[in-house]
Design a protein around this ligand. Structure first.
Ligand SMILES: [Zn+2]
Ligand SMILES: [Zn+2]
Length: 223
């Protein structure tokens, strides 16, 4: 049994005041991040003893993640995350970004995008989003019409991993991937894994995007 991904955020020590903010019951981050962390907040030992409750929460989380993921994907469509965080003009995608601080993310993105193959029936085969969100899979063949999120998930995962908080984000990511026995430095292994089906029936890419958004919002909330 895999614990809720968001539970891993707790205890990472990414942000020193995250706990105190929670304790006050008020959050600086957008409400969307709250949605994803609901199970994590109550992830005490008692939760694990109650299998049914765990299952229900996991089931609920799948849908919450889809809503969260869709909202976040829309928000970051055709926007450069690294430039947005640097408070520069961000109205371009990562591929078009000429800023030096974006080059590592761009290299990672290009390598992953070139090789990723999505498992069947887990989502849009062009962008990796759940089929309930992106209908590009209906187009078939090499047709890209209908796919709304083609340049969102991979660029965003790349930008969060190699962006302004890359060190902390990569440490968190490495821990998460260790749990599924994937070496985060082995880009071929990572790419292969990203195209696979998660326990929730999504692509690992979509779940990684949601998870990384949750982690990075913790850090973003501190600036
Ligand atoms: Zn940029
Ligand atoms: Zn799509």
């Amino acid at each position: 049994m895999t614990p809720p991904a968001s539970a891993e955020i707790v205890g990472l020590g990414l942000t020193s005041d995250a706990g105190s903010r929670r304790g006050q019951g008020s959050r600086v981050s957008p409400s969307s991040s709250q949605v994803v962390r609901v199970p994590a907040r109550s992830s005490q030992a008692s939760q694990w003893a109650a299998g049914d409750i765990y299952f229900q929460q996991e089931h609920a989380r799948q849908w919450l993640d889809e809503e969260f993921g869709e909202r976040e994907a829309q928000q970051w469509q055709d926007r450069c995350y690294i430039c947005a965080m640097a408070q520069r003009d961000d109205q371009h995608d990562l591929y078009s970004c000429r800023h030096a601080s974006s080059q590592a993310a761009k290299q990672w993105m290009i390598q992953v995008r070139r090789k990723i193959r999505y498992a069947r029936y887990i989502g849009c085969f062009k962008c990796g989003m759940p089929q309930t969100i992106c209908h590009g899979w209906k187009g078939g063949g090499g047709d890209t019409t209908g796919c709304e999120f083609r340049r969102v998930l991979i660029p965003m995962v790349a930008s969060m991993l190699y962006g302004p908080w890359g060190t902390a984000m990569q440490a968190a990511w490495q821990r998460r991937l260790q749990g599924v026995r994937v070496d985060s430095q082995d880009i071929e292994a990572v790419t292969k894994w990203l195209g696979q089906r998660s326990t929730h029936g999504h692509s690992q890419l979509f779940e990684s995007f949601c998870w990384l958004r949750g982690v990075s919002q913790e850090v973003e909330g501190d600036i």
